[in-house]
Design a protein around this ligand. Structure first.
Ligand SMILES: [Zn+2]
Length: 90
């Protein structure tokens, strides 16, 4: 592949022999600028850390939401109480 040849078959992350082509930024950008030669271990580490980080962020947000829920309940009830009164005024 031309990307491997361009990068002299050297992994752009660790310098080992590259056998795969990686998207620098994940997505649908298949331009040469967004592609780099990469070795299999780095590629595996990169894709697993990308997926893992996203999943960890989601989990942290979820846990934060669950933790915050009891604190927010009084505020939410207040907001829900106020809303029908507003509607009745109309
Ligand atoms: Zn590597």
């Amino acid at each position: 592949m031309r990307i491997l040849r361009r990068d002299a078959y050297a992994c752009q992350l660790c310098g080992a022999e590259a056998t795969e082509v990686d998207h620098i930024k994940a997505g649908d950008d298949h331009s040469d600028e967004n592609l780099q030669a990469i070795c299999t271990p780095c590629h595996a580490r990169k894709s697993s850390s990308e997926g893992g980080a996203a999943r960890a962020r989601e989990l942290r947000q979820l846990r934060a939401m669950i933790k915050r829920k009891p604190e927010q309940t009084p505020g939410r009830t207040h907001w829900r109480d106020a809303k029908p009164r507003e509607n009745k005024g109309f």
